[in-house]
Structure formats: structure tokens, C-alpha cells
Write a protein that binds this ligand. Structure first.
Ligand code: ADP
Ligand code: MG
Length: 474
């Protein structure tokens, strides 16, 4: 729906309300009017906006402003209209002096911009930069993630239909639909944030929306160091690994920060390289000039036209890439990726879902089998051992922080076994007074086998960073 259509619908809704004085239900009730769900804690964090009961004149003004926008500003961008809302409301008030007594203009403004951008009550959360994820569990329970911690908000939708209306506004512009026949959808907001929705009957809590916000300013290596995800020294080490074209896999659980780390790793790639990125939903934000971003496509409503990560990996090999960066390896594409890594596409980067480097290797074996080729286990292990150089294991700790918990070299195959060697491991040093886990990556004392290879390429790391010790050197 474009702005014009959206406004028309709104206007329709408003007109219906005006003609129906008996049961006056606002089309999109503002946050202020929402009732608190009985199951929510009695004293949630703090109310986002003061509770206020609205008058008929308020509703009338709202509807006049809509009509005004529809008439006078229909060709403008929504952002421009929203930034001009003060002036617009003033103009409408000048033309309609009988409404000049209406109070609550701030909340009117907020409500209008929520309606214009189409996300209703969760709009403020979408624009709140401290919120990294939004989780709508049915109409009456909305959680957010801030600084790695879950928080229950006091924002609610009116009912299931209200959530569905917002969902439709999210998916319709993408040519997708969400209803009983297609009750699960992945979509993206215009700003790049990822949206997943699953609705009844599959979701018992009511329509459930999960929004992973797109970081406007992606984290840099400096941020990760400041967060304590890794130390300065580790950063140097990892940078050298990327520059010397090692094949690196970032492993970790959901939300452990894999994609963020992958983005940071990719930032170390030379500006001269031709980089092809492959993702399910484009999240990586690379600063280099020569980047080609590829994105998969889900099947259409008839179940046709799907393009998988595997298709894209295969295609990318014909694109003369210097570097292939794969957002997440989940299935048969593992085989194509390993083959690429083994046949001259060094310096490839990828992530995978797993809880330890050893587990990651085992999962890769399974994923290669998913490619549908009857390969003997030994051959698969040879591929893995030959292709991968380094596994960076990441975790989200209990205190909400994301840490790199080990940096592990894939040394090769001994007999049937893939030999893994930790170069750095996480050492926990107690819990701070703030409840934060204290600890850091420390060297295990083993110098990686690829150290020589790095030196050959003129990339120098002081050998002292591999000397075993208890505390990190900062
Ligand atoms: N090192 C980090 N420190 C703090 N927060 C992080 C870190 N890495 C990622 N995050 C945040 O954690 C969330 C999940 O990160 P993401 O990289 O998408 O994880 P994954 O790819 O493992 O699912 C995002 O909101 C992101 O901003
Ligand atoms: Mg990810």
C-alpha cells in the first residue's frame, strides 16, 4: 500500500467512526488507551506515555489532519510529512478554530506518525535505537531486547486483528501474504530490519512477530573490544588471519553475535578484492567498493522460484570472486563452500550454528551429507580439514554479553580425526559486582601452524601473543 492508499483506508476508518457515535472505537487506538493485560506485572518498567482519555474533538482533529495530508501532501515522502507534522497540525487548527482547544497534540503527533509508518503501537520501538529486537507474543505481550537483556514493555495491541493489520502492512509491499494458508513469513522492513511472523493456528499465543533491528551503524572492531567480546590483541590476530586469506568460520548459537563478527571480519578484507556476499536476508554491511551482495529468495505462493544459499554459492564461483562471504551455512551448501575453499578461493568467511568448534566440524559433516552426494566420511573430513583454517567460537553468556570463547585452528587430518587446536580460550575470572562475568581470551601457548604462512605473506604478528599466560595483556 502506498501512502495514498494507506491514508484512504485510514480516512475510511475515521469516517466510519464519526458516523457511528454509539460505539466509538478508534481505528488505531493510541498507546495511551491500551489496557494493560492482566497477566502483565502490576508495575512494569515505566509507562511510555501518560494515560489520557481522548475526546471526540481530538478524534475529529485527527481525522481532519489525515484529510489534509491526503489532499495537500500526497506526493511527499512519509519522512518529510512526519517531520512537518507540527506545521501540518497548526495549519489544520488555523483552518478549524473550533478545534483550537484540543489538548494532547504531542500524543496526536505520535499517533499520526505511527499510523503513517504503518507499524502501529510498536512503531516507537522500531525507532528506538536502544532496542535491538522486538518480540510480539500475541497482542498483549511485547518484549524488547536492550543491551542484550530481555525486557517486557507495557505496550499492547488491541487484539489479534490489530496485530494482523500491522503484519499485513509489513508483508504486503513485498508481494507476500500472511494468512491461514501461508502462516509463516520472513520479511524485511524498509530500513533493512528482519521480520519473522507466525500466526494462529500454528502460534497458540496469537500472531507472533519477531523483529531483529538492522543496526544503522554496524558494530566495528573497536565496539567489540569495548564490549569485551575480544581483546585488542585478539583483534590484531584476527585481522592478520583475514589479511592472510585464511578460511574462517564463525560458530555460535542464535543471537551470539556471529553475523556481527562476520561483518567485522569482512571489514578487514582488502579494498582491492572483489567480494561476493551470500545471505538469506542481507545483514552484512561492507564498506569496500567492490562488493556484490546476493540474497536468497523463498518460493512464491505456488511454491516455485526458490533460490537457495546453495544455488548462490554455486553461482558465485562463476563470478570471479576474490572472497566469498556466506552469512550462514545450514545445509548442502557446505559442500560447495568447502570445495570452493579447497580450490583456490582462499580467504572465504562464513558462519554456522553450533556450540563448540568440535560440534561445528561434526555439523559440517552432516551438512555435507545433506547435499545428497554419497560421500564417504573420510572424504568429507578431508574436505573439511583441507578447507577450514580457523574457527572462531562465540557465545552469549548468562549476563547478556557476547564473547568470543575460543579461537581454534583446524590443523588437519590425523587418521580419521580432524585435529583441532585452541590458540586462545576464554578464561573466566569470577563475576563482578555488577553481575557481569569477568574474564578474557588468553593464549594457550600454542603457535598456530599457519603462522609461517602469514609471515611468508609479509604479515607479521609478534610471537609473544601466543605465549601462555593467565591474564590477557591489554
Ligand atoms: N559482540 C557483541 N556485543 C554486544 N552485542 C552484540 C555483539 N554482537 C552482536 N550483538 C548484538 O546481538 C544481536 C545478535 O547479533 P547477531 O550478530 O545478529 O547474532 P547471530 O548472527 O549470532 O544470530 C544483535 O542485536 C547485535 O547488535
Ligand atoms: Mg546471524
Amino acid at each position: 500500500m502506498n501512502l495514498l492508499e494507506r491514508l484512504r483506508v485510514k480516512e475510511q476508518e475515521d469516517v466510519t467512526q464519526e458516523s457511528n457515535v454509539e460505539i466509538k472505537i478508534p481505528a488505531e487506538p493510541p498507546v495511551e488507551l491500551e489496557v494493560q493485560h492482566p497477566e502483565m506485572p502490576a508495575e512494569p518498567v515505566e509507562r511510555m506515555h501518560p494515560v489520557k482519555v481522548q475526546t471526540d474533538d481530538y478524534q475529529q482533529l485527527r481525522s481532519m489532519v489525515f484529510k489534509y495530508i491526503l489532499k495537500e501532501r500526497k506526493d511527499d515522502d512519509i519522512e518529510v510529512i512526519i517531520s512537518d507534522l507540527d506545521d501540518i497540525i497548526n495549519d489544520v487548527l488555523k483552518e478549524n478554530e473550533s478545534l483550537s482547544h484540543v489538548t494532547g497534540l504531542d500524543s496526536l503527533k505520535r499517533e499520526l506518525s505511527n499510523d503513517l509508518t504503518g507499524l502501529g503501537p510498536i512503531n516507537p520501538l522500531v525507532h528506538d535505537e536502544t532496542v535491538s529486537e522486538i518480540m510480539v507474543n500475541g497482542p498483549h505481550q511485547i518484549y524488547v531486547e536492550r543491551n542484550g537483556k530481555l525486557e517486557l514493555t507495557n505496550i499492547t495491541f488491541r487484539d489479534n486483528e490489530h496485530v494482523m493489520a500491522v503484519l499485513e502492512k509489513i508483508v504486503a509491499p513485498l508481494g507476500r501474504r500472511i494468512d491461514e494458508s501461508s502462516p509463516m513469513v520472513d520479511a524485511r522492513l524498509p530500513d533493512g530490519s528482519r521480520v519473522n511472523a507466525i500466526i494462529p493456528p500454528l502460534s497458540l499465543a496469537g500472531p507472533t512477530i519477531t523483529i531483529r533491528k538492522f543496526a544503522k551503524d554496524p558494530f566495528t572492531i573497536r565496539d567489540l573490544i569495548n564490549f569485551g567480546t575480544l581483546t585488542e590483541e585478539m583483534a590484531e590476530f584476527i585481522k592478520a588471519c583475514v589479511e592472510s586469506k585464511l578460511n574462517i568460520f564463525v560458530s555460535g548459537g542464535t543471537g551470539s553475535g556471529k553475523t556481527t563478527t562476520l561483518n567485522v571480519l569482512s571489514s578487514f578484507i582488502s579494498n582491492k578484492d572483489r567480494i561476493v556476499t551470500i545471505e538469506d536476508a542481507a545483514e552484512l554491511q561492507l564498506g569496500q567498493e567492490h562488493v556484490i551482495s546476493l540474497e536468497t529468495r523463498p518460493p512464491n505462493i505456488e511454491g516455485k522460484g526458490q533460490v537457495t544459499i546453495r544455488d548462490l554459492v554455486r553461482n558465485s564461483l562463476r563470478m570471479r570472486p576474490d572472497r566469498i562471504v556466506i552469512g550462514e551455512v545450514r545445509s548442502g551448501e557446505a559442500l560447495d563452500m568447502l570445495q570452493a575453499m579447497n580450490t583456490g578461493h582462499n580467504g572465504s568467511l562464513a558462519t554456522g550454528h553450533s556450540n563448540s568448534p568440535r560440534d561445528m566440524v561434526a555439523r559440517l559433516e552432516t551438512m555435507v551429507l545433506m547435499a545428497g552426494m554419497e560421500l564417504p566420511v573420510k572424504a568429507i573430513r578431508e574436505q573439511i580439514a583441507g578447507a577450514l583454517d580457523l574457527i572462531i567460537q562465540q557465545a552469549r553468556l548468562k549476563d547478556g554479553t557476547r564473547r568470543i570463547t575460543s579461537i581454534t585452528e583446524v590443523q588437519g587430518l590425523e587418521g580419521d580425526v580432524i585435529v583441532l587446536q585452541d590458540i586462545f580460550t576464554f578464561r573466566q575470572m569470577g563475576v563482578g559486582p555488577d553481575g557481569k562475568i569477568r574474564g578474557s581470551l588468553v593464549p594457550t601457548g600454542v603457535r598456530p601452524k599457519f603462522y609461517g604462512q602469514m609471515e611468508e605473506q609479509g604479515i607479521y604478528l609478534p610471537p609473544s601473543i601466543f605465549i601462555e599466560r593467565e591474564e590477557p595483556v591489554q
